[in-house]
Each structure stands twice: as C-alpha cells, then as structure tokens.
Design a protein around this ligand. Structure first.
Ligand SMILES: [Zn+2]
Length: 66
C-alpha cells in the first residue's frame, strides 16, 4: 500500500454522517471518497470501517480504546 495523498484532519466544522454530531474520525474509502463519524458512530462502525477503509484518521484516538 502506498500513501500518495495525506488524509485531511477532521475539521471542527464537519459533522457525523449519521447523526450530525461533531465528527471525530475520517475514513477514506477506496476511490478517494470519505466518511466522517462522531466518536459514538465511529466506534459503532469501527469493524466495518477497518474492513473497507484504506485509511482512518483518528486524531482523538476514539477507535484506539477498543
Ligand atoms: Zn454520529
């Protein structure tokens, strides 16, 4: 795997795709699209995200606690 593009940090202005709370993680998908989730939904979808995402930006370490 090569990393040709740096994943953008999650902006404070971004909102969870599921509930609209402040986003805490960004998951970049194959093809370059990305998803942002709050800590709650990030944890809820952690297994799925790890399976499909090419990179997960987790500056707050919300997934690391699992
Ligand atoms: Zn959420």
């Amino acid at each position: 795997m090569t990393t040709t593009t740096a994943v953008q940090p999650v902006s404070p202005a971004e909102r969870c795709d599921r509930c609209g709370a402040r986003a805490a993680i960004r998951a970049t998908l194959p093809g370059g699209s990305d998803l942002v989730f709050c800590a709650h939904h990030g944890r809820q979808h952690a297994d799925q995200l790890r399976a499909v995402a090419v990179e997960i930006r987790d500056d707050e370490g919300v997934l690391g606690a699992i």
